[in-house]
Design a protein around this ligand. Structure first.
Ligand code: GAP
Length: 533
């Protein structure tokens, strides 16, 4: 992971936000290569899910044909949206505060190990990355017990790493940055929504929130989309956009950020078909990642156990990826696919539903009235063929553009061997990004900066540039230029050499196989086009 992070910075994929001021934890900027990569991730998703969708076809595994439409909603919405969605009351994590250092941690993210020495047993915690946590707890335990490194065998470790959530006795906990025992508070709830104020009003009257998910914009526009277009159910409405969560401990690069982009679909269908649609979307979304190069070994689909599901849901699955910053054998969530029943549309109609009631009832306040009033608008749908009116059920495939980009970067990072300019084998770093995702599709390289080679290379560059993001480079030894493109993930290099001027052909080098073939100059654009799809 460290190598990837350093490559991302060195080659301009990603930078810490406001880095010259020391950075801001949980916020990331995309550099010139990163912005292209992330745009390609989002455009591939939009193309594959929305604009490229064939509404006349029945896709494998789908119960019928269906329609897709897009939306782009505001980040700040009416505050009632978040009351009815449940985010106002329920969107929180548990945090613990350290009374000694005044630092705050997410309860379920603090890890540590039990250790005994000098007749005392304590739980030493750490927030270090997985690769460094063993060393960190040892260093901290030695310091706490005042034992020298050469006498480390006096420390008696009891079991492997465990989560702070497994510890009841906080008096025995050495907090991640503290010198004393028992400095952590009991876990407390912390709402993750960023609060802001709209207009000149201050205080609760003007309070609003930055959206923590794009999904609610889709629910509250469901009626607008159905009424303003001729779309019919089954219907998916898609949105890509920024979301904000005031994560207590953002970490692992962009995996958990405070500002990030989501790519969400709310798929509205008849309740009787919702189970089949859930299975369709679960499998369709899994196939999307493999089609763009995530390998079967690092990617898995995990169905939630029945006891993890809300009673109104018939299924939820996570698509998970074995990110390299996780402990061996652990996977992190890339996307969730949830069967949400009619919970969201009814909450926005009738008032926030009580998720524990069965059948679902509006949650009441102490005065016996709805705790949060809904819009009162009818969000049901009438099927024109059967004349049946019903509140649609929803399947929600929801992923993060940044998290998906990170998974593609992790998967792409490879070290192998390739010959240098003298033919000697050298280790090379290559980003094996899928050609659809690669920031630069091809680089055009004159072998030397003379003899008419740059002129021909520039003509080829200009012809390609009209269709693809290509790069022209005439500086440095050819081997070094190839390496730079390998690190950027550029799938093809086109080299103009002495033969090119005689026979009007160029060399096309494949990043992954290192195969080099000759292609006619007039065929270069078509050749790249064919290879990219
Ligand atoms: N509307 C459902 C929803 O928002 P979620 O599981 O909270 O569900 C969906 O988020 C996806 O959004 C996650 O699978 C992840 O890819 C991305 N995501 C969530 N929180 C994130 C964060 N703090 N940083 C980066 N991506 C995040």
């Amino acid at each position: 992971m460290e190598k990837l992070v350093s490559l991302c910075k060195r080659r301009g994929f990603m930078f810490q936000s406001s880095e010259i001021y020391g950075g801001l934890n949980g916020f990331w900027d995309y550099g010139p290569l990163g912005v292209e990569l992330k745009r390609n991730v989002k455009e591939s998703w939009w193309r594959d899910m929305v604009t490229g969708h064939d509404e006349l076809a029945v896709y494998p595994g789908a119960p019928s044909e269906y329609e897709m439409a897009g939306l782009d909603c505001t980040i700040i919405m009416h505050p009632q949206v978040w009351k009815c969605s449940g985010h106002y009351d329920l969107f929180h994590d548990f945090m613990v505060d350290c009374r000694e250092t005044r630092k705050r941690y997410r309860h379920d993210q603090v890890r540590g190990r039990w250790v005994s020495a000098k007749g005392q047993r304590i739980f030493v915690t750490t927030m270090a990355e997985v690769a460094a946590e063993e060393e960190d707890v040892q260093r901290r335990a030695l310091k706490f017990f005042n034992i020298r490194a050469k006498d480390a065998d006096q420390l008696k470790w009891d079991g492997g790493f465990a989560n702070l959530t497994s510890v009841d006795d906080f008096g025995a906990v050495l907090a991640p940055d503290a010198g004393q025992l028992g400095t952590l508070t009991e876990p407390r709830e912390f709402n993750l929504m960023f609060k802001t104020f709209v207009g000149a009003l201050s205080g609760e009257d003007g309070a609003a929130y930055l959206r923590p998910e794009t999904a609610q914009g889709i629910f509250v526009n469901f009626k607008n989309v159905v009424d303003s277009t001729r779309v019919k159910l089954p219907l998916g409405i898609a949105q890509i956009g920024k979301s904000f969560r005031n994560e207590i401990t953002p970490r692992n690069f962009t995996f958990r950020s405070r500002e990030f982009e989501q790519m969400e679909i709310e798929f509205f269908c008849h309740p009787n078909a919702s189970g089949d649609w859930y299975r369709y979307w679960r499998d369709r979304r899994m196939a999307w990642y493999t089609s763009l190069g995530l390998s079967g070994q690092r990617l898995r689909l995990r169905e939630h156990d029945p006891d993890e599901l809300s009673h109104y849901s018939t299924g939820t699955a996570d698509i998970e990826y074995a990110f390299p910053f996780l402990p061996a054998g652990e996977f992190g969530e890339l996307e969730g696919i949830a069967h949400r029943g009619d919970f969201d549309l009814r909450s926005h109609m009738e008032g926030k539903l009580d998720e524990n009631s069965n059948p679902l009832q509006v949650q009441l306040g102490e005065d016996g009235k709805p705790k949060y009033r809904g819009s009162g608008k009818d969000l049901s749908y009438r099927d024109e063929l059967t004349n049946e009116r019903f509140v649609p059920h929803v399947i929600e495939p929801s992923t993060g553009a940044d998290r998906a980009t990170l998974a593609f970067l992790c998967e792409a990072y490879t070290e192998d061997e390739a010959p240098d300019d003298k033919g000697d084998m050298q280790t090379r770093v290559v980003m094996r990004l899928h050609p659809r995702l690669a920031p630069i599709k091809a680089a055009v390289l004159p072998l030397v900066k003379k003899d008419g080679m740059p002129e021909l290379a520039k003509d080829i560059y200009r012809a390609l540039k009209q269709r693809f993001n290509v790069f022209y480079d005439e500086k440095g030894a050819i081997g070094r230029r190839y390496r730079r493109q390998d690190e950027a993930g550029t799938p093809y290099c086109i080299t103009v050499d002495t033969d090119s001027l005689a026979d009007n052909t160029v060399t096309l080098r494949d990043r992954d196989t290192l195969e080099q073939i000759r292609v006619k100059v007039d065929d270069v654009v078509n050749e790249i086009q064919t290879r990219l799809h």
